[in-house]
Design a protein around this ligand. Structure first.
Ligand code: BGC
Length: 540
């Protein structure tokens, strides 16, 4: 079989057709509903208890940390009181041994240490005066001298309150058994206290909720945001749901925490990474199967394992290796590479990272899929420099590119399922004008359904949004007109800002500075986020 034919055969395995998309949208809506009714379903549909965000007039200095993938970010956010803020941040890669540590302590002590380092570097005066106070020179620290911190913790957590929640399971390569079932805020606070830091963990936030908050706060126009979604190392979404649809809240009893009924809505963290773990509608190739079987959490996060950055490189690596190992397919084995720049025989090194699990970074998909250079030079150079394939032929690169594009496109089409299901499930497209509108009718501001997204895939993978949109148009309940009404906007680093904003709300709630009874126009206090969406008013 020629290399081109073999690559086309593999690429075809990743096709996900219109009918498949439509079947999956229906199943997604069914699993969403199931998760709203009962605990412990494939889609967790976690109530977040978040019902308010600031209106942009607040002032103050807040902290946020973000643990959710490859990096740990620490930031401080100075809110200027006019919808603008300045952000100072530091980022550190999480050592792999801590992701799979024996005890929670090892990881959380590392996180606290990073917070200490950040404070010493960026808020030295504050830090040192706090330490002096602790040592008795100026009496005990006052409440306002303690930073309120929003903890973005992007793993499935059963939340019991604004700063309380127990870990359901780890995802994205983390695996510390000791943490399961423990309150992650308490674990972090303990290590912060051990270092005597002037920091109080005020809010626990999933990155999708932070993204939804930050996007809603900053998005242009009058429309509130429906959905915050991450397509990065992992994938997930949080959306605004009607309170009376979250029927399981009633049965959660004491676990349900305090539910604020005033707005009739609540933000729900779907944990859609686990959509269809039973694989009733998701596509499956031999590469997906072996990836899952050899992962540290087989059988779960099946949607995530087909979409997100942690996994796409590994799917591609397995597909490439299946061709390399097929004696009838000439991949990376060009004996007369006279057409190559280097004029040498292609060599596939024995120690190439492509031979090891997780050896291919997902960024390579973006490089290969977006390679328009003559003879796919950029792809060949990357194979040479990073992956031990020297003097790959243009045919090799083209084969790799074809498969990479098929994997990326499948991921985008799968992502569209989640967006479509949430837009349809929440009935957001219902509008009398729909019937009369034609394709080229401009969309009015009040007809827009806003979606905030973040993550390396949506940011860097070529045409990711376009592929999503193509699939959205193939869903009859959305169609061409509905797709036009869906605005997708990047909420860059929204999770950090969102977490700080929620910390602020939590902080004010703790100090009894409730926003809801303040007279209109009184600057500096929070509004109800949900009623704010209902009213469609933007405080920009
Ligand atoms: C986690 C989610 C998170 C998502 C994106 C998933 O693996 O389960 O909680 O929102 O990754 O970071």
């Amino acid at each position: 079989m020629s290399l081109a034919q073999a690559a086309e055969r593999v690429a075809a395995e990743f096709e996900y057709k219109k009918d498949d998309v439509n079947r999956a949208v229906k199943e997604f809506i069914r699993q969403m509903d199931e998760g709203l009714e009962k605990q412990g379903q494939t889609m967790s549909q976690i109530p977040t208890y978040v019902t308010a965000v600031p209106n942009g007039t607040e002032e103050g200095l807040y902290m946020a940390v973000d643990l959710g993938g490859t990096n740990f970010r620490v930031c401080s956010i100075q809110l200027h009181g006019n919808s603008t803020f300045s952000l100072t941040q530091s980022k550190v890669a999480i050592p792999h041994e801590l992701m799979v540590a024996k005890t929670s302590r090892e990881l959380f002590a590392f996180l606290a240490k990073q917070i200490e380092l950040f404070l010493k570097t960026h808020h030295g005066d504050h830090y040192h005066s706090h330490i002096e106070r602790r040592q008795g020179a100026f009496g005990p620290p006052k409440d306002e001298e303690v930073f309120s911190l929003g903890f973005t913790f992007s793993f499935p957590v059963q939340q019991y309150g604004i700063n309380k929640g127990t870990l359901i399971r780890w995802t994205k390569g983390f695996d510390i058994q000791d943490t399961i079932g423990k309150d992650v805020c308490a674990l972090l606070q303990k290590e912060i206290d051990n270092l005597n830091l002037p920091v109080r963990v005020a809010a626990l936030v999933n990155d999708t909720v932070g993204t939804l908050m930050a996007r809603s706060y900053t998005s242009p126009g009058k429309t509130g945001t429906l959905l915050g979604a991450i397509f990065g190392t992992g994938t997930n979404g949080a959306y605004v749901e009607k309170l009376d649809k979250i029927t399981k809240l009633k049965n959660m009893g004491a676990d349900a925490g305090d539910v604020d009924n005033s707005t009739g809505e609540m933000i729900v963290n779907t944990e859609w990474g686990s959509f269809d773990n039973q694989l009733s509608v998701l596509p499956t190739t031999p590469y997906d199967n072996s990836l899952d079987a050899e992962s540290n959490n087989p059988g779960v996060q099946m949607f995530e394992k087909r979409i997100s950055g942690m996994f796409l490189g590994e799917i591609l690596r397995r597909a490439i290796m299946s061709l390399v190992e097929d004696p009838n397919v000439p991949l990376f084995s060009d004996e007369d590479s006279s057409k190559n720049d280097m004029r040498s025989t292609t060599n596939f090194a024995h120690n190439s990272p492509l031979r090891n699990q997780w050896g291919l970074d997902t960024s390579f998909l973006s490089i290969a899929s977006g390679d328009h250079s003559a003879g796919f030079k950029v792809t060949r150079q990357t194979l040479d420099r990073d992956y031990g394939v020297s003097a790959a032929s243009a045919e090799d690169a083209e084969a790799v590119r074809l498969i990479a594009s098929a994997i990326g496109k499948r991921a985008a089409r799968l992502s569209a399922i989640a967006i479509a299901a949430i837009v349809i499930g929440t009935d957001k497209l219902q509008h009398p004008k729909d019937i009369a509108t034609t394709d080229d009718t401009p969309v009015n501001e009040d007809e827009i359904v806003d979606v905030g997204v973040d993550g390396s895939l949506v940011e860097f993978y070529p045409n990711f949004e376009e592929y999503i949109r193509e699939a959205l148009r193939e869903v009859p309940e959305i169609g061409v007109w509905g797709e036009k009404r869906i605005r997708i906007g990047i909420a860059k680093d929204g999770s950090g800002v969102g977490a700080a904003l929620i910390a602020l709300v939590a902080d004010k709630a703790m100090k009894g500075e409730s926003s809801f009874s303040r007279p209109a126009g009184f600057a500096g206090y929070v509004n109800s986020f949900i009623s704010y969406i209902n009213r469609g008013i933007r405080h920009m």
